[in-house]
Design a binder for this molecule. Structure first.
Ligand code: BUP
Length: 469
């Protein structure tokens, strides 16, 4: 008998939130002996993405890399990451020659959800099994699945509450990603088309696990959310990619935040970061600065003032907003960094005990894996749905009284939360011992899930075995 080594092509989409799951899945599949060809749509939008792909490249020599050189497309007023989704989608005609050029022939393609409806005609014409990486919670996947019919029923108007069949959850209109209320919004158009295309996929990989979303996963796989959906394969919480140890450690040591974390007491530090796409407006950055100062907590704060990292001038902005005296007042108690840290490494550090986050789904899953208390302050996109899911299962507290902070994304400006209030609440949250229990329980479940014999581990193994058969 001839043993077939499965060969998978992975096609990620724009932004770290989308790239993370593809990079981690590529690394995990390669570690399980699967051949992986990683297809990078270029040019990339952010420096964070360039770094992540370069790290994967240097640490996994067995992974092959190809570039999808994108056709030019411009839409000046659109969020840069959403515009890039559209640019990649419009380059679908370039995919077929790439997919047929690789040897040995592919066993399957794994494509990011934002690209699905544009790419599935190509992959299906080549008779390639087509899997999806879904980058948010199972609850958001359920919303995606029902969205085409919900949109049809609502006509051109905004959406009322959306019932998720089989889950017993009704998502109020205020939690639904704001662009979905406008049927002409580019994101709503893509979301609808990708929702319809889900039925053509052969499976959906999702970075979640049963301690977070058992009921929703069960409903999705039982066909109660939507009949005819492909299997939903929970592979979370995905573990950090194991980069070349020595080189990575050397880089981290050079960064002052790593040395600063080493000097702090166990579980004393509050890590503050709002993902790679959410830029707080200036007034909110100032109030958050005041809040962190007043909280009395030790903190590591990643400041972003621009949606795309390479345009960021957060250093200048901080001096302007908080003044020279801020650093002096906060002293050694706080560390403020511009734009980027290795979040996996921060959350795994023994001195980190809390995480003030925007409830991006990767961040929720990463905090769950490390057992770090999560305080969510969601604003746009899928963040409110993810904050709800985390709150329900005990993975993270949704600090609802802060309302929805304004976000750098269009049409989502709301009032600023006062620094005094932020400080008071953060002090309470960091002192709340009961929260430690639920995060410790979730961490244990997370480790079981990704360990040998665990649900996520076994799901991946049987996926690979299925391809090899
Ligand atoms: Br900021 C930051 N370092 O400094 P989410 C983020 N990340 O490694 P998204 C860093 O980017 P939305 C940093 O670990 C996570 O894997 C982080 O993904 C990494 O949020 C990823 O949390 C961010 O899903 O925003 O995609 O930025 O979900 O609102 O689109």
């Amino acid at each position: 008998t001839v043993t077939v080594v499965p060969h998978v092509a992975m096609i990620p989409s724009a932004g770290m939130g989308h790239l993370s799951i593809s990079v981690r899945l590529a690394a995990t599949l390669a570690s399980h002996g699967c051949l992986v060809t990683f297809i990078t749509p270029r040019p990339l939008v952010s420096d964070g993405e360039s770094r992540a792909i370069a790290d994967l490249h240097s640490s996994y020599p067995q992974i092959r890399f190809l570039d999808l050189r994108l056709l030019p497309f411009d839409a000046p007023d659109v969020d840069p990451f959403l515009r890039q989704f559209e640019t990649i989608r419009r380059s679908a005609s370039l995919l077929q020659p790439l997919l047929t050029s690789v040897t040995p022939p592919l066993s399957a393609v794994i494509v990011d959800i934002s690209l699905l409806s544009a790419f599935v005609p190509v992959t299906k014409a080549l008779r390639l099994p087509t899997y999806v990486t879904f980058i948010s919670s199972a609850m958001m996947l359920a919303l995606l699945a029902v969205f085409p019919s919900v949109r049809k029923a609502a006509g051109d108007g905004p959406l009322a509450a959306v019932d998720i069949p089989g889950v017993g959850t009704s998502l109020p209109g205020s939690l639904i990603p704001p662009p979905l209320h406008d049927p002409k919004h580019l994101f709503a158009i893509q979301f609808l088309e990708n929702g319809e295309a889900l039925l053509q996929a052969d499976g959906v990989f999702i970075n979640t696990f049963s301690a977070l979303e058992a009921e929703t996963l069960a409903a999705l796989n039982a066909g109660t959310v939507m009949p005819g959906l492909p299997p939903v394969i929970a592979v979370g919480p995905q573990e950090p990619v194991k980069f070349e140890g020595a080189r990575r450690a050397a880089v981290a040591r050079r960064d002052s935040w790593a040395a600063w974390l080493d000097a702090q007491p166990p579980r004393s530090v509050l890590y503050v970061a709002f993902g790679n796409r959410t830029a707080l407006p200036k007034e909110q950055i100032r109030e958050l600065g005041v809040g962190l100062e007043k909280s009395g907590c030790r903190f590591l704060w990643v400041v972003k003032s621009k949606i795309v990292d390479r345009e960021d001038d957060a250093g200048v902005l901080l001096e302007d907003l908080l003044g020279e005296a801020y650093r002096e007042r906060v002293g050694e108690r706080g560390m403020v960094v511009k734009s980027w840290v290795d979040q996996d490494e921060v959350l795994a550090h023994p001195s980190v005990g809390g995480f003030l986050s925007h409830a991006g789904w990767n961040s929720v899953a990463e905090a769950a894996l490390q057992g770090v208390r999560l305080f969510n302050w969601p604003s746009g996109g899928d963040q409110r749905v993810c904050a709800l899911v985390a709150d329900k299962c005990g993975a993270g507290v949704w600090v609802k009284e802060w309302g929805w902070s304004s976000s750098g994304r269009s049409n989502e400006e709301t009032p600023t939360v006062n620094g005094e209030d932020i400080g008071k609440r953060l002090r309470e949250l960091m002192g709340d011992a009961a929260l430690c229990e639920s995060t410790a329980r979730i961490r244990e479940a997370a480790l079981r899930s990704v360990g040998v014999g665990g649900m996520s581990y076994e799901a991946l193994r049987s996926f690979i075995a299925g391809l090899a058969a």
